[in-house]
Design a protein around this ligand. Structure first.
Ligand SMILES: [Zn+2]
Length: 278
């Protein structure tokens, strides 16, 4: 499943190629993915301009302007379990799972999604995008300044249960998937089993820094490999990162050499070093 860093890498790869360009056509080849696709997408978009591509959690927000009547709109795109975006030339034949094309003259943005859990939604901007039901339930962005140790400490104090599932709660903070929760907790030396509300302010500083460092490193690692193929099919394992604990059960901890342990928490696998993480 594409995680936040993959989505951010996709955004960074698409921006210089497409931002500011006029849309010359659009095609949908299936009536729905997770939700029905916008109808008449080609008619709506042709002649409009892609002003910007923003990201909120794992949603890409395509800001569209110069629509007829000088209106604006936002296309909300989610890659679901298996979605990926590519930039291809207009003569590239679509493959079986290529469901949407948005054309920009000599470049076509193509959405591939074999499992069809992705989403592409039209928002007409008569209400703020922040109020959209898919967006207004999202917690703070981990790479933004608001998310820091003090913020985290204030929120963890109100939470019961072990830290790892709490850290992965997207209503609190978005984008800390299973890999990044495990790696951030290892980097900060905090056990995934530790009670969230008992983590000190100083350790929350360390944890918030570790989250930012882990996600930023993944974005940086992916960013160097992006060209015309905008990778986002994720797969198992780490996103171009060498993981310290994730998927390394039984292997020696990179810190102390003792075996990495795998447990289940809230239905997910957790990897950690009982010796280094307290
Ligand atoms: Zn260790």
């Amino acid at each position: 499943m594409p995680e936040l860093p993959e989505v951010e890498v996709s955004r960074l790869g698409l921006l210089p190629e497409l931002a500011g360009r006029i849309i010359t056509g659009a095609v949908t080849r299936t009536p729905k993915l997770r939700y029905p696709l916008p109808r008449n997408l080609g008619k709506r978009l042709t002649g409009a301009r892609l002003a910007n591509i923003r990201r909120r959690a794992k949603y890409l927000l395509f800001d569209i302007d110069h629509l007829s009547g000088d209106r604006t709109a936002t296309l909300i795109l989610h890659l679901g379990m298996s979605g990926s975006l590519r930039i291809v030339t207009p003569d590239t034949p679509p493959q079986i799972h290529d469901h949407v094309d948005i054309a920009f003259g000599d470049k076509v943005l193509r959405l591939r999604d074999p499992r069809r859990f992705g989403a592409l939604l039209w928002h007409d901007n008569t209400t703020p995008i922040e109020d959209h039901p898919l967006i207004n339930v999202l917690g703070v962005e981990p790479l933004e300044d608001l998310f820091d140790g003090a913020w985290l400490h204030g929120h963890l104090r109100k939470r019961s249960g072990p830290i790892k599932p709490v850290l992965m709660d997207s209503h609190m903070v978005v984008g800390i998937g299973n890999i990044y929760a495990a790696e951030s907790l290892f980097l900060s030396g905090i056990s995934p089993l530790r009670s969230a509300q008992k983590i000190s302010a100083a350790r929350c500083d360390t944890l918030a820094d570790a989250v930012k460092q882990t996600l930023s490193a993944a974005v940086a690692a992916g960013g160097s490999s992006v060209r015309d193929y905008v990778h986002s099919d994720g797969g198992a394992g780490c996103f171009q990162l060498q993981c310290a604990v994730y998927e390394r059960a039984g292997e020696p901890c990179l810190g102390c050499g003792k075996p990495v342990r795998k447990i289940r928490q809230a239905g997910r696998s957790t990897f950690y070093c009982p010796n280094c993480q307290k």
